[in-house]
Design a protein around this ligand. Structure first.
Ligand code: SAH
Ligand code: SF4
Length: 451
Protein backbone atom coordinates (compact mmCIF):
# COMPACT_ATOMS: atom_id res chain seq x y z
CA UNK A 1 0.00 0.00 0.00
CA UNK A 2 1.52 3.37 -0.89
CA UNK A 3 2.44 5.50 2.06
CA UNK A 4 0.19 8.36 1.09
CA UNK A 5 -2.95 6.28 1.64
CA UNK A 6 -1.92 5.92 5.28
CA UNK A 7 -2.06 9.63 5.81
CA UNK A 8 -5.43 11.09 6.66
CA UNK A 9 -4.47 14.56 5.47
CA UNK A 10 -1.94 13.99 2.71
CA UNK A 11 -0.09 17.05 1.65
CA UNK A 12 -1.80 19.23 4.19
CA UNK A 13 0.61 21.85 5.40
CA UNK A 14 -0.26 24.11 8.28
CA UNK A 15 0.02 27.71 7.07
CA UNK A 16 1.20 28.88 10.49
CA UNK A 17 3.28 27.08 13.11
CA UNK A 18 0.72 25.51 15.39
CA UNK A 19 1.54 24.74 19.01
CA UNK A 20 0.94 21.05 19.57
CA UNK A 21 1.54 21.05 23.29
CA UNK A 22 -1.08 18.46 24.01
CA UNK A 23 -0.06 16.00 21.34
CA UNK A 24 1.50 13.54 23.73
CA UNK A 25 1.90 14.03 27.41
CA UNK A 26 5.43 14.86 28.53
CA UNK A 27 6.63 16.04 25.13
CA UNK A 28 7.13 19.78 24.91
CA UNK A 29 7.12 21.12 21.37
CA UNK A 30 9.54 23.84 20.33
CA UNK A 31 8.41 27.41 19.73
CA UNK A 32 7.64 26.63 16.09
CA UNK A 33 5.28 23.87 17.22
CA UNK A 34 7.45 21.05 15.93
CA UNK A 35 8.71 18.27 18.16
CA UNK A 36 12.34 17.18 18.38
CA UNK A 37 12.46 13.42 17.95
CA UNK A 38 15.95 13.02 19.41
CA UNK A 39 15.66 11.68 22.94
CA UNK A 40 12.34 9.92 22.42
CA UNK A 41 12.05 6.14 22.53
CA UNK A 42 10.47 4.33 19.58
CA UNK A 43 7.16 3.93 21.41
CA UNK A 44 6.89 7.68 22.01
CA UNK A 45 7.67 8.41 18.39
CA UNK A 46 4.87 6.04 17.37
CA UNK A 47 2.45 7.82 19.76
CA UNK A 48 3.37 11.16 18.25
CA UNK A 49 2.86 9.88 14.71
CA UNK A 50 -0.52 8.52 15.71
CA UNK A 51 -1.51 11.78 17.41
CA UNK A 52 -0.49 13.58 14.20
CA UNK A 53 -2.94 11.49 12.20
CA UNK A 54 -1.45 8.14 11.18
CA UNK A 55 -3.37 5.01 12.09
CA UNK A 56 -1.83 2.88 14.84
CA UNK A 57 -0.25 0.30 12.57
CA UNK A 58 1.28 2.84 10.21
CA UNK A 59 2.51 4.92 13.14
CA UNK A 60 4.33 1.93 14.57
CA UNK A 61 5.92 1.00 11.27
CA UNK A 62 7.01 4.56 10.49
CA UNK A 63 8.39 4.97 14.03
CA UNK A 64 10.53 1.88 13.55
CA UNK A 65 11.85 3.17 10.22
CA UNK A 66 12.46 6.69 11.47
CA UNK A 67 14.19 5.41 14.63
CA UNK A 68 16.58 3.42 12.49
CA UNK A 69 17.38 6.46 10.35
CA UNK A 70 17.92 8.63 13.41
CA UNK A 71 20.04 6.38 15.56
CA UNK A 72 21.56 3.84 13.23
CA UNK A 73 22.21 6.00 10.20
CA UNK A 74 22.48 9.39 11.88
CA UNK A 75 20.47 11.35 9.32
CA UNK A 76 19.47 14.86 10.29
CA UNK A 77 17.08 15.49 7.41
CA UNK A 78 13.82 13.65 6.72
CA UNK A 79 14.55 14.03 3.00
CA UNK A 80 17.33 11.43 3.40
CA UNK A 81 14.96 8.74 4.65
CA UNK A 82 14.82 6.93 1.35
CA UNK A 83 12.56 4.05 2.36
CA UNK A 84 9.83 6.43 3.42
CA UNK A 85 7.53 7.59 0.62
CA UNK A 86 8.60 10.90 -0.89
CA UNK A 87 5.26 12.57 -0.10
CA UNK A 88 5.55 11.68 3.53
CA UNK A 89 8.96 13.22 4.11
CA UNK A 90 7.75 16.87 4.01
CA UNK A 91 4.79 15.79 6.16
CA UNK A 92 7.29 14.66 8.79
CA UNK A 93 9.44 17.77 8.40
CA UNK A 94 6.39 19.97 8.99
CA UNK A 95 5.77 18.40 12.35
CA UNK A 96 9.10 17.15 13.62
CA UNK A 97 12.77 18.04 13.77
CA UNK A 98 15.93 16.04 14.27
CA UNK A 99 17.87 18.10 16.76
CA UNK A 100 21.49 18.33 17.79
CA UNK A 101 23.01 20.52 20.50
CA UNK A 102 24.50 23.63 18.93
CA UNK A 103 28.30 23.58 18.58
CA UNK A 104 29.75 26.82 19.93
CA UNK A 105 33.38 25.81 19.60
CA UNK A 106 35.36 22.72 18.61
CA UNK A 107 38.98 22.25 19.64
CA UNK A 108 41.47 19.62 18.59
CA UNK A 109 44.48 18.84 20.76
CA UNK A 110 47.88 17.87 19.43
CA UNK A 111 47.40 14.45 21.10
CA UNK A 112 44.16 13.83 19.19
CA UNK A 113 41.82 14.74 22.04
CA UNK A 114 38.87 16.81 20.92
CA UNK A 115 36.68 19.07 22.97
CA UNK A 116 33.39 20.65 22.02
CA UNK A 117 31.65 23.51 23.75
CA UNK A 118 27.94 22.90 23.21
CA UNK A 119 24.85 25.02 23.81
CA UNK A 120 21.31 24.00 24.69
CA UNK A 121 18.37 25.56 22.84
CA UNK A 122 17.78 27.81 25.88
CA UNK A 123 21.37 29.06 25.85
CA UNK A 124 23.29 27.03 28.45
CA UNK A 125 26.81 25.90 27.68
CA UNK A 126 28.23 22.50 28.45
CA UNK A 127 31.07 20.41 27.11
CA UNK A 128 31.99 17.01 25.81
CA UNK A 129 35.40 15.52 25.16
CA UNK A 130 36.60 12.73 22.88
CA UNK A 131 39.76 10.89 23.83
CA UNK A 132 41.25 8.54 21.21
CA UNK A 133 43.55 5.74 22.33
CA UNK A 134 45.32 2.97 20.47
CA UNK A 135 42.54 0.45 21.00
CA UNK A 136 39.50 2.58 21.81
CA UNK A 137 37.91 6.00 21.55
CA UNK A 138 36.16 7.33 24.62
CA UNK A 139 33.52 10.03 24.67
CA UNK A 140 33.18 11.89 27.95
CA UNK A 141 29.53 12.97 28.22
CA UNK A 142 27.96 15.63 30.48
CA UNK A 143 24.78 15.02 32.46
CA UNK A 144 24.10 18.47 33.92
CA UNK A 145 24.99 22.10 33.28
CA UNK A 146 27.13 22.71 36.37
CA UNK A 147 26.81 20.49 39.45
CA UNK A 148 24.98 20.81 42.76
CA UNK A 149 27.92 19.16 44.50
CA UNK A 150 31.12 20.96 45.36
CA UNK A 151 34.11 18.66 45.32
CA UNK A 152 36.93 21.02 46.21
CA UNK A 153 39.35 19.96 43.45
CA UNK A 154 36.75 20.06 40.65
CA UNK A 155 36.14 23.12 38.55
CA UNK A 156 32.56 22.11 37.77
CA UNK A 157 31.99 22.23 41.55
CA UNK A 158 32.56 25.99 41.43
CA UNK A 159 29.54 26.42 39.17
CA UNK A 160 25.96 26.63 40.27
CA UNK A 161 23.79 23.94 38.78
CA UNK A 162 21.95 25.57 35.92
CA UNK A 163 19.84 22.59 35.05
CA UNK A 164 19.73 18.91 34.29
CA UNK A 165 20.40 18.05 30.67
CA UNK A 166 17.44 16.47 28.89
CA UNK A 167 17.47 12.98 27.38
CA UNK A 168 17.88 14.53 23.93
CA UNK A 169 20.78 16.71 25.06
CA UNK A 170 22.56 13.71 26.58
CA UNK A 171 22.09 11.30 23.67
CA UNK A 172 22.60 14.29 21.34
CA UNK A 173 26.22 14.46 22.50
CA UNK A 174 26.82 10.93 21.23
CA UNK A 175 25.07 11.77 17.95
CA UNK A 176 27.19 14.90 17.51
CA UNK A 177 30.39 13.01 18.19
CA UNK A 178 29.46 10.46 15.56
CA UNK A 179 28.66 13.28 13.12
CA UNK A 180 32.02 14.90 13.77
CA UNK A 181 33.96 11.64 13.56
CA UNK A 182 32.11 10.75 10.36
CA UNK A 183 31.32 7.28 11.52
CA UNK A 184 27.71 6.66 10.66
CA UNK A 185 27.30 3.66 8.39
CA UNK A 186 26.99 4.40 4.67
CA UNK A 187 28.87 7.56 4.10
CA UNK A 188 26.59 8.69 1.28
CA UNK A 189 23.90 10.17 3.52
CA UNK A 190 24.06 13.92 3.91
CA UNK A 191 24.70 13.84 7.66
CA UNK A 192 28.13 12.36 7.15
CA UNK A 193 30.51 15.21 7.43
CA UNK A 194 33.59 15.11 5.30
CA UNK A 195 36.55 16.22 7.34
CA UNK A 196 37.69 19.69 6.41
CA UNK A 197 41.32 20.43 5.54
CA UNK A 198 42.12 21.42 9.13
CA UNK A 199 40.76 18.16 10.42
CA UNK A 200 42.64 16.11 7.84
CA UNK A 201 45.82 17.96 8.75
CA UNK A 202 45.21 17.50 12.47
CA UNK A 203 44.66 13.80 11.92
CA UNK A 204 47.80 13.52 9.87
CA UNK A 205 49.83 15.34 12.50
CA UNK A 206 48.30 13.46 15.39
CA UNK A 207 50.84 11.70 17.58
CA UNK A 208 48.32 9.02 18.47
CA UNK A 209 48.52 5.97 16.24
CA UNK A 210 44.76 5.33 16.50
CA UNK A 211 43.76 8.73 15.29
CA UNK A 212 43.14 8.78 11.59
CA UNK A 213 44.49 5.29 11.00
CA UNK A 214 42.13 3.28 8.84
CA UNK A 215 40.50 0.26 10.41
CA UNK A 216 41.20 -2.98 8.57
CA UNK A 217 38.31 -3.29 6.09
CA UNK A 218 35.85 -5.96 7.08
CA UNK A 219 37.55 -6.52 10.40
CA UNK A 220 35.63 -5.10 13.32
CA UNK A 221 37.84 -3.52 15.96
CA UNK A 222 35.16 -4.28 18.48
CA UNK A 223 32.66 -7.08 18.35
CA UNK A 224 30.07 -5.05 20.29
CA UNK A 225 29.19 -3.04 17.24
CA UNK A 226 26.00 -3.69 15.42
CA UNK A 227 27.71 -4.27 12.10
CA UNK A 228 25.89 -3.23 8.99
CA UNK A 229 27.40 -5.55 6.41
CA UNK A 230 30.83 -3.96 6.74
CA UNK A 231 29.53 -0.60 5.56
CA UNK A 232 31.24 1.49 8.21
CA UNK A 233 33.59 3.98 6.66
CA UNK A 234 37.31 3.39 6.99
CA UNK A 235 37.72 6.15 9.55
CA UNK A 236 34.72 4.93 11.50
CA UNK A 237 34.52 3.07 14.77
CA UNK A 238 36.56 5.65 16.57
CA UNK A 239 33.91 6.07 19.23
CA UNK A 240 33.88 2.77 21.09
CA UNK A 241 33.30 3.77 24.73
CA UNK A 242 31.24 6.26 26.68
CA UNK A 243 31.96 7.60 30.13
CA UNK A 244 29.46 9.72 32.04
CA UNK A 245 32.28 11.83 33.44
CA UNK A 246 31.60 15.24 31.99
CA UNK A 247 29.89 18.05 33.84
CA UNK A 248 27.46 17.08 36.57
CA UNK A 249 26.53 14.20 38.83
CA UNK A 250 24.70 11.65 36.64
CA UNK A 251 22.89 10.00 39.55
CA UNK A 252 21.27 13.37 40.40
CA UNK A 253 19.76 13.33 36.92
CA UNK A 254 19.00 9.64 37.02
CA UNK A 255 15.88 9.35 34.85
CA UNK A 256 17.27 11.36 31.95
CA UNK A 257 20.65 9.63 32.08
CA UNK A 258 18.95 6.22 32.17
CA UNK A 259 16.66 7.01 29.24
CA UNK A 260 19.53 8.48 27.22
CA UNK A 261 21.77 5.47 27.86
CA UNK A 262 18.92 3.13 26.92
CA UNK A 263 18.83 4.88 23.56
CA UNK A 264 22.59 4.57 23.24
CA UNK A 265 22.34 0.83 23.97
CA UNK A 266 19.30 0.13 21.76
CA UNK A 267 20.27 -2.58 19.27
CA UNK A 268 18.24 -0.91 16.50
CA UNK A 269 20.14 2.32 16.90
CA UNK A 270 23.54 3.29 18.27
CA UNK A 271 23.85 -0.23 19.71
CA UNK A 272 26.71 0.40 22.09
CA UNK A 273 27.17 -2.42 24.57
CA UNK A 274 26.62 -1.68 28.26
CA UNK A 275 30.08 -3.14 28.83
CA UNK A 276 31.48 -0.14 26.99
CA UNK A 277 29.62 2.45 29.03
CA UNK A 278 30.79 3.67 32.42
CA UNK A 279 28.88 5.92 34.77
CA UNK A 280 30.90 7.84 37.32
CA UNK A 281 29.37 8.95 40.60
CA UNK A 282 30.73 10.92 43.51
CA UNK A 283 28.79 8.50 45.73
CA UNK A 284 25.03 9.05 45.53
CA UNK A 285 24.48 5.85 47.53
CA UNK A 286 20.64 5.64 47.35
CA UNK A 287 20.71 5.60 43.54
CA UNK A 288 23.53 3.12 42.99
CA UNK A 289 21.54 -0.13 43.11
CA UNK A 290 18.91 1.36 40.80
CA UNK A 291 21.68 2.33 38.40
CA UNK A 292 22.90 -1.27 38.26
CA UNK A 293 19.41 -2.69 37.91
CA UNK A 294 17.89 -0.24 35.44
CA UNK A 295 20.90 0.75 33.34
CA UNK A 296 23.39 -2.04 33.99
CA UNK A 297 26.46 -0.09 32.91
CA UNK A 298 29.92 -0.22 34.50
CA UNK A 299 30.33 1.80 37.64
CA UNK A 300 33.10 4.22 38.52
CA UNK A 301 33.21 5.81 41.94
CA UNK A 302 35.03 9.03 42.74
CA UNK A 303 36.57 7.88 46.01
CA UNK A 304 39.57 10.24 46.20
CA UNK A 305 40.19 9.73 49.93
CA UNK A 306 40.21 6.94 52.49
CA UNK A 307 39.61 8.78 55.76
CA UNK A 308 36.45 10.56 56.83
CA UNK A 309 38.21 13.86 57.49
CA UNK A 310 39.85 14.12 54.10
CA UNK A 311 36.88 12.85 52.09
CA UNK A 312 34.53 15.17 54.00
CA UNK A 313 36.75 18.03 52.87
CA UNK A 314 37.40 17.17 49.25
CA UNK A 315 34.17 15.29 48.34
CA UNK A 316 31.60 16.89 50.67
CA UNK A 317 28.79 14.48 49.73
CA UNK A 318 30.77 12.18 52.05
CA UNK A 319 29.18 14.01 54.99
CA UNK A 320 25.88 12.59 53.84
CA UNK A 321 26.95 9.15 52.59
CA UNK A 322 30.15 8.03 54.29
CA UNK A 323 32.94 5.79 53.00
CA UNK A 324 31.62 2.57 54.64
CA UNK A 325 28.11 3.06 53.26
CA UNK A 326 29.55 3.88 49.84
CA UNK A 327 31.81 0.83 49.72
CA UNK A 328 28.97 -1.42 50.89
CA UNK A 329 26.82 -0.07 48.02
CA UNK A 330 29.72 -0.89 45.68
CA UNK A 331 29.94 -4.42 47.07
CA UNK A 332 26.20 -4.78 46.40
CA UNK A 333 26.33 -3.21 42.91
CA UNK A 334 24.37 -5.47 40.56
CA UNK A 335 26.54 -7.02 37.89
CA UNK A 336 29.92 -6.24 39.44
CA UNK A 337 32.32 -9.17 39.19
CA UNK A 338 35.95 -9.89 38.52
CA UNK A 339 35.14 -9.65 34.84
CA UNK A 340 33.34 -6.32 35.35
CA UNK A 341 35.24 -4.48 38.00
CA UNK A 342 34.27 -1.25 39.68
CA UNK A 343 36.67 1.59 38.96
CA UNK A 344 37.74 3.71 41.91
CA UNK A 345 38.88 7.12 40.83
CA UNK A 346 41.51 8.72 42.98
CA UNK A 347 42.75 12.21 42.19
CA UNK A 348 46.31 12.72 43.41
CA UNK A 349 46.51 15.83 45.59
CA UNK A 350 49.87 16.81 47.03
CA UNK A 351 50.11 16.22 50.81
CA UNK A 352 46.37 15.70 51.04
CA UNK A 353 45.57 12.11 50.07
CA UNK A 354 48.78 10.77 48.56
CA UNK A 355 50.82 9.18 51.40
CA UNK A 356 51.93 5.56 51.64
CA UNK A 357 49.50 5.18 54.55
CA UNK A 358 46.66 6.38 52.32
CA UNK A 359 47.63 3.79 49.71
CA UNK A 360 47.73 1.01 52.32
CA UNK A 361 44.38 2.08 53.75
CA UNK A 362 42.92 2.07 50.25
CA UNK A 363 44.07 -1.52 49.78
CA UNK A 364 42.68 -2.51 53.18
CA UNK A 365 39.26 -1.01 52.44
CA UNK A 366 38.98 -2.58 48.98
CA UNK A 367 39.93 -5.98 50.41
CA UNK A 368 37.71 -5.63 53.47
CA UNK A 369 34.65 -5.11 51.26
CA UNK A 370 35.91 -7.80 48.82
CA UNK A 371 35.48 -5.41 45.95
CA UNK A 372 36.25 -6.44 42.39
CA UNK A 373 38.16 -3.22 41.94
CA UNK A 374 40.58 -1.36 39.79
CA UNK A 375 41.97 1.99 40.82
CA UNK A 376 42.47 4.89 38.43
CA UNK A 377 45.04 7.33 39.73
CA UNK A 378 44.32 10.73 38.21
CA UNK A 379 46.98 13.43 38.37
CA UNK A 380 45.18 16.54 39.63
CA UNK A 381 44.51 18.98 36.82
CA UNK A 382 44.81 22.48 38.28
CA UNK A 383 42.47 25.34 37.42
CA UNK A 384 42.70 29.06 38.28
CA UNK A 385 42.07 29.47 42.00
CA UNK A 386 42.20 25.74 42.83
CA UNK A 387 43.26 25.17 46.42
CA UNK A 388 45.42 22.06 45.71
CA UNK A 389 48.49 21.00 43.80
CA UNK A 390 49.15 17.78 41.96
CA UNK A 391 51.29 15.16 43.71
CA UNK A 392 54.79 14.67 42.33
CA UNK A 393 55.28 11.94 39.72
CA UNK A 394 57.48 10.02 42.22
CA UNK A 395 54.74 10.13 44.87
CA UNK A 396 52.13 8.97 42.36
CA UNK A 397 54.41 6.11 41.30
CA UNK A 398 55.04 5.06 44.94
CA UNK A 399 51.28 5.14 45.66
CA UNK A 400 50.54 3.12 42.54
CA UNK A 401 53.22 0.54 43.44
CA UNK A 402 51.71 -0.12 46.87
CA UNK A 403 48.24 -0.70 45.42
CA UNK A 404 49.62 -2.74 42.55
CA UNK A 405 51.73 -4.95 44.83
CA UNK A 406 48.56 -5.81 46.75
CA UNK A 407 47.20 -7.30 43.52
CA UNK A 408 44.96 -4.42 42.50
CA UNK A 409 45.47 -2.74 39.15
CA UNK A 410 46.30 0.95 39.70
CA UNK A 411 47.28 2.63 36.45
CA UNK A 412 48.13 6.31 36.41
CA UNK A 413 45.87 8.06 33.96
CA UNK A 414 47.89 10.11 31.51
CA UNK A 415 46.57 13.64 31.29
CA UNK A 416 45.11 14.17 27.82
CA UNK A 417 44.37 17.28 25.86
CA UNK A 418 46.16 19.55 28.32
CA UNK A 419 46.78 22.12 25.57
CA UNK A 420 43.02 22.53 25.13
CA UNK A 421 42.20 22.17 28.83
CA UNK A 422 40.17 19.05 28.16
CA UNK A 423 40.36 17.00 31.35
CA UNK A 424 37.12 15.30 32.20
CA UNK A 425 35.56 16.86 35.24
CA UNK A 426 37.11 20.18 34.41
CA UNK A 427 35.12 20.92 31.37
CA UNK A 428 34.55 24.61 31.22
CA UNK A 429 36.26 26.66 28.58
CA UNK A 430 36.34 30.10 30.11
CA UNK A 431 37.66 29.34 33.58
CA UNK A 432 36.20 32.35 35.31
CA UNK A 433 38.14 32.86 38.44
CA UNK A 434 36.07 33.24 41.59
CA UNK A 435 37.57 34.76 44.71
CA UNK A 436 38.09 32.48 47.70
CA UNK A 437 35.33 34.35 49.55
CA UNK A 438 32.91 33.85 46.63
CA UNK A 439 33.82 30.18 46.47
CA UNK A 440 33.30 29.69 50.20
CA UNK A 441 29.88 31.37 49.98
CA UNK A 442 28.91 29.15 47.05
CA UNK A 443 30.14 25.99 48.78
CA UNK A 444 28.26 26.91 51.97
CA UNK A 445 25.06 27.34 49.94
CA UNK A 446 25.57 24.00 48.20
CA UNK A 447 26.27 22.20 51.45
CA UNK A 448 23.16 23.71 53.05
CA UNK A 449 21.14 22.45 50.09
CA UNK A 450 22.71 19.00 50.44
CA UNK A 451 21.29 18.78 53.98
N1 SAH B 1 30.15 13.83 39.09
C1 SAH B 1 30.71 12.59 38.71
C2 SAH B 1 31.20 12.54 37.27
C3 SAH B 1 31.90 13.74 36.76
S1 SAH B 1 33.49 14.09 37.43
C4 SAH B 1 31.81 12.21 39.67
O1 SAH B 1 32.20 13.05 40.48
O2 SAH B 1 32.24 11.07 39.63
C5 SAH B 1 34.51 12.89 36.57
C6 SAH B 1 35.85 12.61 37.27
O3 SAH B 1 36.78 13.68 37.08
C7 SAH B 1 35.71 12.42 38.76
O4 SAH B 1 36.42 11.33 39.23
C8 SAH B 1 36.29 13.70 39.27
O5 SAH B 1 36.65 13.54 40.56
C9 SAH B 1 37.42 13.95 38.32
N2 SAH B 1 37.94 15.33 38.37
C10 SAH B 1 37.23 16.45 38.57
N3 SAH B 1 38.02 17.54 38.58
C11 SAH B 1 39.29 17.10 38.39
C12 SAH B 1 40.56 17.75 38.32
N4 SAH B 1 40.68 19.06 38.43
N5 SAH B 1 41.65 16.98 38.11
C13 SAH B 1 41.51 15.63 37.96
N6 SAH B 1 40.34 14.97 38.03
C14 SAH B 1 39.23 15.68 38.25
FE1 SF4 C 1 30.19 17.42 40.68
FE2 SF4 C 1 31.70 15.25 40.05
FE3 SF4 C 1 32.79 17.71 40.07
FE4 SF4 C 1 32.10 16.54 42.35
S1 SF4 C 1 33.69 15.82 40.90
S2 SF4 C 1 31.67 18.68 41.79
S3 SF4 C 1 30.25 15.47 41.77
S4 SF4 C 1 31.16 17.00 38.70
Amino acid sequence: MPDTTLMPIPGHIDPMPVPRANLVEGVTPREDGRVDLIGLPKKRIAELFEAAGLDAKAAKLRAKQVFHWLYHRGVTDFADMTDIAKAMRPWLAERFVIGRPEIVEAQHSSDGTRKWLLRTADGHDFEMVFIPDADRGTLCVSSQVGCTLNCRFCHTGTMRLVRNLTVGEIVGQVMLARDALGEWPNANVSSRQTPGPAEVLANALSTNPAEGSPAVPGQARDDDWDEDGGSYSADGRLLTNIVMMGMGEPLYNFDNVRDALKLVMDGDGLALSKRRITLSTSGVVPKMAQCGEEIGVNLAVSLHAVTKDVRDEIVPINRKYGIEELLQACADYPGASNARRITFEYVMLKDKNDSDDDARELVRLLKHYRLPAKVNLIPFNPWPGAPYECSTPERIRAFSDIVFEAGISAPVRTPRGRDIDAACGQLKTAAERKSRAELERLYAEKEAALG
